[in-house]
Design a protein around this ligand. Structure first.
Ligand code: COA
Length: 627
């Protein structure tokens, strides 16, 4: 069903683009001007994938385990590998993107854990200059104006096509950010979208304040956007109408998806609830005006802010002042603390950060636009909690969010000794250099390498999302061992570092060209299941599960401003690391779970800093650097 809805929608977008082309009256919005000429995601050669796979699992296995995996891989190459490869290639010929629907389902809609912390990243903005409620609402109004100006570019398809080097990127993610919502289902969720070119596109945002939700129109009667002053008046109205803290119904959206689905079905039985839910789903986004901010020790403010963005701080703080199914929730907190949280089903971090950069630029300007006519007052959404079961579910949600919040160990830190300028000066890729710092940091703490995930963008392809860069390699292992061995010379250490960085950069270059191995291996498994075949032994081998158990899960999300993206670890004994490498500093958001005593975010942060210092020292002490 979902696939059908989505396929129809994508087809409709394509039709609209074609219509613009054939009509000749409307220009092709430049945002989609190269969409149809983007290449299709390839299926990599089978032999290439298995060879790479073997190289990436080797550092994680003993000799005996590796010999066993080698045999399994060799068998797979004979049967059923070629059969599956053939089926996958046929699918790739039929579909615009052989992976995108599968990925949306497997990575997101089938996932049953709460989206909070486990799926939805937070983004912390640089601290804004306000300290009272009036200033908070003024900033919120400005933020919404900035958002509207960005939305106009999406609606009119005037956003420039993004590029990676010379390569144009797929812009479809932008089209979905300001009109989508995830809907809970008992076994799997669905995703709905109200794109700008439909008959009745979204014209309102939802304002969350004191756990209450208001629908607030952003346009006057002639489709003219409200100006900042008008938005400010509307926000003051919302605040006046929600002085008391309300039932924390939004907490239901932070629950396990099956549980939330049951509550959702109960909510839908009431007519008023149904209307309110529809208003939420159909909105452009949610704007959370938070009232609470915990005290922070000096120097801890950014980490506190990051926690507000990731999970809201618990039932007594802001976690209920959220609707976590909504694709985008801007969060405007007290004392200049602000940022956002986004539901990941439709988009990766870079398009979100592009909106953030635009809004922060916009906030520096003055809005001189004329007021829009016929502005309606914001409407409070009514929720009737009629069933006793719903009351119980909300109470359980309170307990669950509070224990989840207690479990999250999240810190943000700025490494200011150097930024990406230093690896560049050494003719090394900054991203690969940082990935090697993570490898060394982990090895220093645990004396072993670990499977590491880094996001690789596949947006060079139509409807492209991501693949995995396996940052742990034979070279990174050799480098980590060498760096910590006092018997190894500085010269040799620098050579090991350069080799490991180059190896990683080569992997990146191949992954972003659709030659990664993880999505290919996933595709081979899913095509087997789709054709009623057994899951291949390769996918049940311990090497496969070990190399997919990411003790370090990372993403680079660069931003113009000092913004930092944060997310939770993907395994209970892992770290989540997001980084924004700037020219002269690097901002990191590092998370772990308290339930695992071995992983401590500050311990990992200290080790990363140590690695960055040591790596610079060996490069500066080696001959190549002195040349
Ligand atoms: N010598 C000197 N400079 C170099 C260099 C070298 N050997 N290699 C790279 N550089 C420069 C680049 O030209 C670039 O310069 P710029 O700052 O002027 O733009 C800069 O260093 C950064 O390059 P690099 O560090 O290699 O990273 P990248 O920009 O190529 O990004 C990935 C690598 C993997 C992060 C990127 O390809 C990607 O896939 N990003 C998607 C991440 C994503 O989706 N995250 C979202 C998660 S929700």
């Amino acid at each position: 069903m979902l696939r059908l809805v989505r396929a129809n929608w994508i087809q409709r977008v394509s039709c609209n683009i074609q219509k613009m082309q054939t009509d000749g009256k409307l220009f092709v919005g430049r945002m989609f001007s190269v969409q149809d000429s983007l290449p299709k995601l390839p299926v990599p050669p089978l032999e290439q994938t298995v060879q790479k796979y073997l190289r990436t699992v080797q550092p994680l296995l003993s000799d005996e385990e590796y010999a066993n995996t080698l045999k399994i891989v060799k068998d797979f190459e004979k049967d059923p590998g070629p059969k599956l490869q053939n089926l996958l290639e046929k699918r790739a010929q039929r579909e615009t993107n052989w992976l995108s629907d599968w990925w949306m389902n497997t990575a997101y809609l089938d996932f049953r854990q709460p989206v909070t912390v486990n799926v939805s990243p937070g983004v912390v903005f640089p601290k804004q200059n306000y300290s009272d409620k009036e200033g908070q609402l003024r900033f919120t109004a400005k933020l919404i104006s900035g958002l509207l100006s960005y939305k106009t570019m999406i609606d009119q398809q005037t956003l420039p096509v993004e590029k990676m080097g010379k390569q144009s990127l797929c812009m479809m993610q932008y089209y979905k950010i300001l009109c989508g919502c995830r809907i809970p289902g008992r076994k799997k969720d669905t995703w709905v979208c109200y794109p700008p070119d439909e008959a009745n596109p979204p014209r309102h945002v939802i304002i969350a304040h004191n756990n209450a939700f208001f629908s607030m129109d952003l346009y006057g009667s002639n489709n003219q956007p409200l100006n900042t002053e008008q938005l400010h008046v509307q926000l003051k109205h919302v605040v006046r109408q929600s002085k008391e803290v309300e039932t924390p119904i939004g907490l239901l959206t932070t629950e396990n998806r099956n549980k939330w689905a049951k509550s959702y079905e109960l909510l839908l039985k009431d007519k008023e609830n149904k209307v309110s839910l529809s208003e939420l789903h159909r909105s452009i986004c949610v704007i959370c005006v938070d009232n609470q901010l915990p005290d922070s020790a000096a120097g801890e403010e950014e980490s506190t802010a990051a926690r507000m963005m990731l999970h809201g701080g618990g039932s007594q703080l802001n976690s209920a002042n959220r609707w976590c199914d909504k694709t985008l929730q801007f969060i405007v907190g007290k004392n200049g603390v602000c940022g956002l949280n986004y539901e990941h089903t439709t988009a990766e971090g870079p398009p979100i950060i592009s909106i953030v950069d635009h809004i922060l630029d916009y906030c520096k300007s003055e809005d001189k636009s004329a007021p829009a006519p016929d502005v309606k007052a914001p409407r409070k959404l009514k929720f009737n909690i009629t069933f006793p079961e719903l009351k119980n579910n909300i109470e359980e949600a309170v307990e669950n969010i509070d224990s989840m919040v207690k479990d999250v160990d999240l810190n943000v830190f700025k490494f200011t000794e150097y930024g990406k300028n230093f690896p560049k000066s050494q003719k090394l890729s900054p991203d690969s250099y940082l990935q090697m710092a993570f490898q060394l940091a982990y090895f220093r703490l645990y004396s072993k390498p670990c499977a590491t995930y880094e996001t690789a963008s596949l947006r060079q392809f139509q409807l492209g999302r991501t693949d995995t860069i396996r940052s742990c390699s034979i070279e990174s292992f050799e480098f980590s061992k060498g760096m910590l061995d006092p018997a190894v010379s500085t010269q040799k250490k620098a050579e090991l570092l350069r080799k490991a960085v180059t190896g990683h950069k080569n992997y990146v270059a191949e992954a972003i060209k659709g030659q990664g191995i993880d999505r290919h291996l996933l595709g081979l498994k899913l095509v087997a299941l789709q054709n009623n075949m057994k899951v291949p032994t390769l996918h049940m081998d311990m090497a496969y599960s070990l190399s997919s158990h990411h003790n370090i899960s990372t993403s680079q999300v660069p931003a113009k401003y000092e913004a930092c993206l944060v997310f939770g670890p993907t395994v209970p004994d892992g770290y989540g690391v997001c980084y924004n490498p700037q020219e002269k500093q690097i901002i990191f958001g590092v998370s772990a779970f308290n339930c695992c005593p071995e992983t401590v975010s500050m311990k990992f942060i200290d080790s990363i800093q140590q690695s960055l210092r040591d790596m610079k020292a060996v490069l500066e002490g080696s001959i190549q650097s002195k040349l």
